[in-house]
Write a protein that binds this ligand. Structure first.
Ligand code: NAD
Ligand code: TYD
Length: 341
């Protein structure tokens, strides 16, 4: 019998790519546990619905009674379920603290109460480190950089991250933590900068660039991320954190100009708007630990090729984008899973 991996948040952007990656590249059975918030979209996994090693469980990580049975059957957990959008956390932090801190604690508690709990990977973020100055470029986040999160989102992720660490230290649970940079690729909810801008540009609309566009992000292809999470699942040292990055730092202005070019639009498509409150200046990952200890490096993240392929995916999948923006994907949930969301 193959092992069973419980993936939380598998109907989200990274989770759906990760579930598809595991089914294609590995032999485990996958339970996708997802609460189907606005960000959960089972249309992103329509191609694996009915796969013999895949099942969906509609559950909220804050309600352990909804997933006790799944915990009992799982050999390991990849925990991605979270509220994930910084702007929403600035508007209202409460759901972030509830899901990302309390929900993570409840999931960890369910896991530690089972017999012989196996590996539990907490998918954290580079945003737990706060931000970096634009110069010097050699300055990057390492796993020993102090955690100084700046946004309510980042604080809530740091809470989950520290809980995963503490459950190893206190209870001896086999946890690992991954801290990755900004992901890009197919099936990303169009509130995040790349799919938002691509959708607008395809439709000839302007794109809202925050501040002066000089903020820098380190872009990682979502399948590189999926591969790295699996590497940590297989070989990470219990209690350790691993940075995951794309070696691909770009300013938002540079990103925006590349997207404009790929969509055949003009510089006048840029609409400078008021900056995000507390906007982190720069994220940059030193991923030498995972390279040296686990032999992982990104192979799918290089631009312009990987960005061009991503833009092409959004051009080719207008129905997926339209269904997300119209809310049609919720009808898909009701029709295929009987879940009203
Ligand atoms: P996403 O918002 O696309 O997906 C989150 C998923 O979690 C959704 O399917 C949602 O329905 C589910 N969910 C939310 N609350 C839940 C709850 N209470 N119970 C069960 N399910 C719930 O997010 P994403 O971009 O795929 O990010 C996945 C993880 O990776 C998150 O933990 C995020 O913090 C982390 N991360 C993301 C990025 C990025 O660039 N997207 C970068 C670093 C880390
Ligand atoms: P986002 O995709 O929200 O990811 P994160 O905040 O986790 O890095 O934003 C990426 C960058 O793009 C960030 O510096 C903010 C900027 N941005 C804009 O300029 N305009 C937008 O409309 C959005 C959503 C983001």
């Amino acid at each position: 019998m193959p092992d069973t991996i419980l993936v939380t948040g598998g109907a989200g952007f990274i989770g759906s790519n990760l579930v598809r990656y595991i089914l294609a590249e590995r032999d485990e059975h996958v339970i996708n546990l997802d609460g189907l918030t606005y960000a959960g979209n089972l249309e992103s996994l329509a191609d694996v619905q009915g796969h013999p090693r895949y099942e969906f469980l509609h559950a909220d990580i804050c309600k352990p009674e909804q997933y006790t049975e799944a915990i009992g059957r799982a050999d390991s957990v990849l925990h991605l379920a979270a509220e994930s959008h910084v702007d929403r956390s600035i508007h209202d932090p409460s759901a972030f603290l509830n899901t990302n801190v309390i929900g993570t604690q409840m999931l960890l508690d369910s896991w530690r109460r089972k017999e012989n709990p196996g590996r539990f990977v907490y998918v954290s973020t580079d945003e737990v480190y706060g931000d970096l100055p634009l110069e010097p470029k050699s300055l990057k986040f390492t796993e020993s950089t102090p955690l100084t999160p700046n946004s309510p989102y980042a604080v809530s992720k740091t809470g989950g991250d520290m809980l995963a660490r503490a459950y190893h230290h206190t209870y001896g649970i086999n946890t690992c933590i991954t801290r990755c940079s900004n992901n890009f690729g197919p099936y990303q909810f169009p509130e995040k900068v790349i799919p938002l801008f691509v959708n607008n540009l395809i439709e000839g609309k302007q794109v809202p660039l925050y501040g002066d566009g000089s903020n820098v992000r380190d872009w990682l292809h979502v399948l590189d991320h999926a591969e790295a999470i699996c590497r940590v699942l297989d070989a990470g040292k219990p209690g350790e954190a691993y940075n995951i990055g794309g070696n691909n730092e770009r300013s938002n202005l540079e990103l925006t100009r590349m997207l404009i070019d790929l969509c055949g639009r003009e510089e006048s498509s840029i609409k400078p708007v008021e900056d995000r409150l507390g906007h982190d200046r720069r994220y940059a990952i030193d991923a030498s630990k995972i390279k040296n200890e686990l032999g992982w490096e990104p192979t799918r993240s290089a631009w312009p090729g990987a960005l061009e392929a991503t833009v092409q995916w959004y051009k080719d999948n207008r129905a997926w984008c339209d269904h997300v923006r119209s809310g049609e994907y919720r009808r898909f949930h009701a029709q295929n899973y009987g879940t009203a969301t």
